[in-house]
Design a binder for this molecule. Structure first.
Ligand code: TLP
Length: 346
């Protein structure tokens, strides 16, 4: 059975054009810096982010980890949102592997960090009780806050504040192109002011593996050594980078289709008794919804029954779901999902 898979946009398989590019990719040993396809991908990525250089990494998690380890020494503190992916879903890597403690601030409902909160989190560097405040991390789009996006104005304001106080800004831009197309702007408007950004090729852009970390040349030189330390020095990685190039060339603009389908899905689900779609959802390609009180099934039971109806979803909490649209979800998939929910709940 071919499932309609809405668990994440990470489930996307490479497109036929990607498989063809992978088969034909020119490769070399990337640890020697000799893979022309990796080099091309890194240059393209840096240009798109308006940063000096790029580094192909195995995953978004590795990109965020290498970035924070490159910016922070042991004991330096990273200011993170309490719903950020780096705090929540990256196995505590920055602390476990880098000795970097985090100061968690409440993410605002739209995923932003309030500048006043950052202000009050700043440590007095002359007081030996404190770690040094070194970095602020921003996430755009924000996963746990509903796939919400930040504007160029907010990003610049946050960066200006951070820089004025001697902090660097890392952007977890796993889905930065979703944030850009949702606002009808180029991604660089959201990434030029930050000190480093990671974006993922393997989510809505459909490449099978990989993310790119971008920043200044000096920063990327440091991150390159850390990538090696983390075991992320890959060899003929051009096979993977080739799919990433196709992703950057052909898969960005079409993300608006995923956003439109997410809206269509939300509109359909609002008509299903027993479901409450979050107000304002979706902002991009993620629909967040909960089971209404009168529904006797719990989230896991709904998940299983949906699977029996050909639709894969995942409960992110007891009675709450995140449904993610992507390249492999078409209009018929949206309609089938709404019909399956109706069937399961009635
Ligand atoms: N997110 C995954 C899960 O880990 C939750 C998903 O299905 O959405 N930053 C953000 C904002 C992410 O959403 C993710 C993946 C990552 C980083 C990590 O990327 P990978 O999976 O490539 O390490």
């Amino acid at each position: 059975m071919d499932f309609i898979d809405l668990r994440s946009d990470t489930v996307t398989h490479p497109t036929p054009a990607m498989r063809e590019a992978m088969a034909k990719a020119e490769v070399g040993d990337d640890v020697y810096g000799e893979d022309p396809t990796v080099n091309r991908l890194q240059e393209m990525a840096a240009a798109l982010m308006r940063q000096e250089a790029g580094l192909f990494v195995a995953s978004g998690t590795m990109g965020n980890l290498a970035a924070i380890l490159a910016h922070c020494g042991r004991g330096d503190e990273a200011i993170l949102g309490d719903k950020s992916h780096t705090f929540y879903f990256e196995a505590g890597g920055i602390s476990a592997l880098g000795g970097v403690p985090s100061y968690q601030l409440p993410n605002q409902p739209d995923g932003s960090l309030a500048i006043e909160d950052i202000q009050s989190a700043l440590r007095d560097p002359s007081d030996p009780h404190y770690p040094f405040s070194r970095l602020v991390a921003l996430e755009n789009t924000h996963n746990r806050c509903g796939g919400t996006f930040q504007t160029p104005e907010y990003t610049r304001q946050l960066c200006d504040f951070a820089h004025a106080h001697g902090l660097v800004v890392h952007l977890d831009g796993a889905r930065i192109f979703n944030a850009a197309v949702a606002q009808g702007i180029a991604a660089k408007e959201l990434t030029a002011p930050v000190d480093s950004v990671t974006f993922c090729l393997s989510k809505g852009l459909c490449a099978p593996v990989g993310s790119v970390l971008c920043g200044s040349k000096a920063f990327i030189a440091k991150a390159h050594r850390i990538r090696k330390m983390l075991g992320g020095g890959m060899r003929q990685a051009g096979i993977l980078a080739a799919a990433g190039i196709v992703a950057l060339e052909t898969m960005i603009e079409r993300l608006v289709e995923d956003h439109a389908r997410a809206r269509k899905l939300a509109d359909g689900l609002k008509q299903v008794a027993g479901l409450t779609v979050d107000a304002g959802s979706p902002a991009t390609n993620m629909v967040f919804l909960s089971l209404a009180d009168e529904v006797t099934l719990n989230g896991l039971q709904v998940e299983e029954k949906m699977k029996a109806n050909g639709v894969l979803i995942s409960a992110i909490r007891e009675r709450r779901f995140r449904l993610v649209t992507h390249y492999w979800i078409d209009d018929a998939g949206v309609e089938k999902t709404v019909a399956a929910f109706r069937q399961v709940l009635h």
